[in-house]
Design a protein around this ligand. Structure first.
Ligand SMILES: [Zn+2]
Length: 444
């Protein structure tokens, strides 16, 4: 059980900081006993705090397999438990679990009706984010940035730079930038990427239904791959993290990353603001460093669409040769490899390739083929990351035609899927449940 008490409220300069004191069963691991949420609005414009707290802690509660009880001052919306049940069912499906998390809290007497028609967007300034913004900009009033999310809470220098860039963007497009903050990422061991991140960022926004009625989340992945891939932000998950009077839209899932870049390539005003990495130093006078995998991937995609340079990326990044030299000894993550695959697919469809494009195609085929192969072999040696296993089946099937050894890889993949979805992981869950029962039994 996680018991949540509201302890302190601080208000200054239109900001409200709320500190919730957490008491837990002995076996629940927490790095700190305080959940801290910081809002860029005065306290009297916040409501529905029970939902905000419950969703902030839900991934942790699911991971630790424990229920949540809120203090009597924290009311929740009547539909909260049904949404929590739906989320748990989804996670059960993804992670082969059988968990249901109960939220015990006082309930609001009637559903909240929201007359506001104002939208907010979780904003990072990256390709996905700008695409979603461009598609819904008329409706969007608030751009929401999180301190303590992608950039470490203690890295104030990087965060101020990102905030400055986002502020410039908001000003240029006539929007309001609002900075929220949460410490939930650093409270527990639950995977930020696979389970917690969007839940942690939408949750505090649910307390702002007097100001907004819709939250946009830009999709990271798309299509078959995205559907199979368990991730902390997902078209089946995000819409469930909502509340009475405030809805969440997972946007852009039907559009591949490459197509989003193509869209941005036609819009120089957006393109000059795109931020794909946080490595640029102040000396660079650039938004992006131009020397990392993400920068090369974006620049190469733009180059293929006839863009030879933009203010946000150094011109040196727009080179097949530099990209190849960089990638040669770089260990690609599977998720990045899939985005490079989209670029390769685009090149495969072209009738005529220049000499350097042909060389780049040959390079990518080998590099990506090897990346997928290594990825599958890693599973044999380190079967811990079971959730990744759904991800590359579809892609590998496409590769079968192009890369000779992919067929063998597919067989290995299927074997591993059987292994993981079947015995091993179920045994692991059973053992863990037993262990927890023993420990909680001791407590009772
Ligand atoms: Zn970079």
């Amino acid at each position: 059980m996680i018991y949540v008490e509201k302890v302190k409220q601080y208000e200054f300069k239109e900001r409200t900081i709320l500190v919730f004191f957490l008491k837990t069963s002995r076996w629940v691991w927490l790095a700190d006993n305080k959940l801290v949420l910081s809002f860029p609005f005065p306290a009297d414009s916040l409501s529905n705090m029970g939902d905000a707290v419950a969703f902030s802690l839900l991934p942790l509660a699911y991971f630790e397999h424990t229920d949540i009880r809120l203090a009597p001052t924290l009311t929740v919306s009547p539909s909260l438990q049904s949404r929590v049940d739906a989320i748990c069912s989804l996670w059960n499906e993804w992670y082969d679990g059988q968990r249901r998390i109960r939220i015990t809290a006082p309930m609001e007497s009637k559903p909240y009706y929201n007359a506001k028609r104002v939208a907010a967007q979780l904003f990072s300034g990256g390709v996905d984010s700008l695409y979603t913004f461009a598609r819904n900009s008329e409706e969007i009033t608030y751009l929401v940035l999180f301190h303590g999310a992608d950039v470490s809470a203690s890295d104030n220098e990087t965060f101020s730079k990102i905030e400055r860039q986002a502020q410039d963007f908001a000003k240029e497009f006539g929007k309001r930038l609002r900075v929220f903050s949460t410490n939930v990422r650093f409270l527990s061991r639950v995977s930020w990427e696979y389970m917690a991140h969007v839940c942690a960022m939408i949750a505090p926004l649910l307390a702002c239904r007097q100001l907004v009625h819709r939250i946009y989340v830009a999709s990271s992945y798309s299509g078959i791959f995205g559907n199979r891939y368990p991730w902390g932000s997902h078209p089946r998950l995000d819409p469930l993290i909502c509340s009475d009077g405030i809805e969440t839209v997972h946007h852009g899932f039907d559009v591949k990353r490459f197509e989003k870049i193509v869209y941005l390539s036609k819009n120089p005003q957006l393109l000059k603001r795109v931020r794909v990495c946080t490595r640029a130093s102040d000396v660079d006078h650039q938004v992006n460093c131009g020397r990392c995998e993400k920068c090369y991937r974006t620049a190469v995609a733009l180059k293929l669409r006839g863009v030879s340079g933009t203010e946000s990326l150094p011109s040196s990044a727009f080179s097949f040769l530099s990209a190849m030299q960089y990638l040669e000894n770089y260990q690609l993550r599977i998720t990045s490899a899939l985005f490079w695959s989209e670029i390769l697919e685009f090149l495969h469809k072209r009738n005529q390739l220049s000499r350097e494009e042909s060389e780049f195609v040959a390079f990518l085929e080998i590099k990506l083929g090897k990346t997928y192969q290594d990825y599958i072999e890693d599973f044999e040696n380190a079967p811990g990351s079971f959730s990744n296993i759904y991800s590359c089946g579809g892609r590998l099937r496409n590769y079968e035609k192009r890369v000779g050894f992919a067929k063998d890889s597919l067989q290995i993949l299927h074997k591993l899927q059987r292994l993981h979805r079947g015995k091993r992981y179920r045994n692991f869950l059973r053992d863990m449940a037993k262990w927890q029962q023993t420990v909680t039994g001791e407590l009772c």
